[in-house]
Write a protein that binds this ligand. Sequence first.
Ligand code: B12
Length: 220
Amino acid sequence: MKNVTTLSDQIIKSVEELDEERVIKLANKALKSGMDPLFLLNLINEGVKRVGKLYEERKYFIADLIMAGLIFKEVLELEEIKAQFQRKDGEIKGKVVVGTVKGDLHDIGKEIFKGLMEVNGFEVIDLGVDVPEDAFVKSVIKHKPDIVGLSGVLTTAVESMKDVVEALKRARLRDSVKIIVGGSYITEELCEYIGADSFANDASEGVKICSEFIKSECGG
Ligand code: B12
């Protein structure tokens, strides 16, 4: 147990220090020793949050945020992690339109949510980043999804998320979909303010909520 804790700490620390080579080396070591890939991603996320904090404290700069993003993406490219996101054959449970909302370019969380949804049997239509509300409306008309998933990590994303909900209401589509919002700072109060059906600060939790949406839709 001590070794596992030490390795976890080392991973978080090497992300915080933006030591790309060491992160990849330790990540490979952790995966080889049987660490759950999703647990590993949580560790990387913890390190990345520390980078964010250092940026806030003006000890790190924008280039460091970029580097943190690049390191995260590199970890997502590791074979064992990619395997975690490989869609298994089987029935499609439901359809979801996802996107990072207007004004926000952060896409790592959205990519993780998308990957986990696909692995859990959802068809995902990904609209990308900085997506305006009318693009969500058009996509709902075109694809008739069961769920709309909105991602955003900037505090300003809350207003953009609310804009999407309002635009769907104006188009009389709000009741045809469930809406889930995700991002590290989203709270129940913000979810209510946005007018979404649910929220998650963690992609796995989001997948569980979406599966429940589908179950209740089917009356199960
Ligand atoms: C990497 C990074 C960047 C990279 C992004 C690269 C990329 N391709 O995404 C770059 C360098 C581009 C960037 C730019 C900026 N960033 Co930035 N960035 C970060 C950093 C360090 C990590 C974000 C991240 O990827 N985290 C890892 C992922 C996995 O976490 P996540 O997004 O929260 O996702 C998880 C959950 O939230 C959830 N989830 C996410 N989406 C969804 C969706 C659904 C439907 C569900 C269910 C769940 C879900 O699941 C995920 C996994 O469990 C954060 C620090 C932090 N604390 O978050 C700052 C941070 C978000 N950035 C910040 C800032 C200020 C900026 C800039 C304004 C900086 C600048 N001066 O230009 C710009 C804004 C650009 C823009 N318009 O979007 C601030 C935001 C502060 C605020 N109050 O809004 C933060 C918090 C840093 C800080 N502490 O100051 N950034």
